[in-house]
Design a protein around this ligand. Structure first.
Ligand SMILES: [Zn+2]
Length: 362
């Protein structure tokens, strides 16, 4: 790790005890970097070793484009300069009232946070054709997404390092930060797959309406870890759907989680029918209700079908199986098979009939 002191006073450097900080960061970041590297093929990049880290007294007003926090900054590559991380040493020092232990912790926390920005920008890191727009950091959505994710990753890395006092300090510090940073504490158990999805969604783009709905949710909706994770998947999918207070996501060439949407629509229709007619549908009525576009095979008539709802792939085709109950109390194992084209056709055709909303992310 190469740390260059730009204008911090020498005594500041001595107090940092860089060797100590470096070993904390390497021990904490390495396992995660390997995990994420395995997914993205970036393990050879060795971000930790190559990105320059510069120390400054305070942030300056160069008016450069970058991710500029109160205590540090990440500057992505441009045509004019290489990417770099800066840490504002005096600002960090002012935040801990001279407490040396807390200074080390906060310095390390800020450094990992800035590393996280660099990692999320991995697709631009080595490129010479710099595309700043993709960071979208200047928008409110961009700032909330990026800062919460960077803090989430920093907290996870610190947690894995295993020093409980450090972890508790980092957590309470994050909770004292502005809300877009504090949000990250709720995402501390995000996995490398969640981060990969975030990086992908930055690259591909997110539907503007979804951005606004998410912002409203995280700002006023008492966000929960599970729903935040779900939102991450919704942003990642090519299509997102909203039906009966649930969001669904579909991604090309993968068993779509929209299988669940189809099942929920089918169940909704079955329930409505039962409420209106006082009885369950017959097999013929069921086949009438869902013809052709989606191949629904009521293949098995079982007396005791266990509660089944599972998705898998057979012969390169996604299959969704679930249990339905038709007239006379007979249970069927319904098997939905589709490809993405006829799934999309089915959803497009039924959008108004079933009252769900479709969003396209990219
Ligand atoms: Zn930041």
């Amino acid at each position: 790790m190469k740390i260059v002191n730009i204008d911090a006073k020498e005594e500041d450097l001595r107090e940092i005890n860089l060797k100590n900080v470096e070993s904390i960061i390497c021990a904490a970041v390495s396992p995660f970097e390997q995990e994420l590297g395995g997914l993205k093929g970036i393990n050879d990049l060795n971000l930790l070793q190559t990105i320059p880290i510069k120390l400054r007294d305070n942030g300056d007003d160069e008016n450069e484009e970058g991710v500029i926090d109160l205590l540090g900054a990440y500057y992505p590559r441009t045509t004019k300069r290489d990417p770099r991380i800066e840490l504002f040493v005096s600002s960090i020092k002012d935040s801990v009232n001279g407490n040396v232990q807390q200074f080390k912790w906060l310095f390390t926390k800020v450094l990992i946070h800035e590393f996280s920005h660099a990692l999320f920008d991995i697709n631009n890191y080595r490129k010479t054709d710099f595309i700043y727009a993709r960071i979208n950091y200047c928008s409110e959505y961009g700032r909330w997404r990026e800062e919460s994710m960077a803090n989430a990753l920093a907290l996870r890395v610190i947690k894995e390092y295993g020093d409980t006092d450090f972890y508790e300090y980092a957590k309470s510090f994050m909770l004292s930060q502005p809300p877009e940073y504090a949000l990250g504490v709720l995402m501390e158990d995000f996995s490398s797959l969640d981060y990969k999805r975030y990086i992908d969604s930055k690259e591909r783009g997110v539907n503007n309406d979804l951005k606004q709905i998410w912002l409203k949710y995280v700002k006023n909706g008492n966000p929960t870890p599970n729903l935040l994770k779900k939102w991450n998947v919704v942003f990642w999918g090519e299509y997102a759907y909203y039906f009966k207070e649930n969001y669904y996501s579909s991604v090309r060439n993968l068993v779509p989680s929209t299988g669940k949407l189809v099942v929920d629509i089918v169940m909704d229709k079955l329930n409505k029918f039962e409420n209106e007619h006082g009885r369950k549908m017959t097999e013929a009525e069921f086949t009438d209700a869902f013809p052709n576009n989606i191949e629904i095979e009521t293949v098995t008539k079982w007396v005791n079908v266990p509660h089944i709802q599972c998705a898998y792939e057979f012969d390169s085709r996604p299959i969704y199986e679930y249990k339905i109950e038709l007239k006379d109390g007979i249970c069927y194992l319904a098997s939905l098979k589709w490809n993405n084209d006829n799934l999309h056709k089915f959803l497009g055709k039924n959008r108004y009939a079933y009252g769900f909303t479709e969003y396209q992310n990219y």
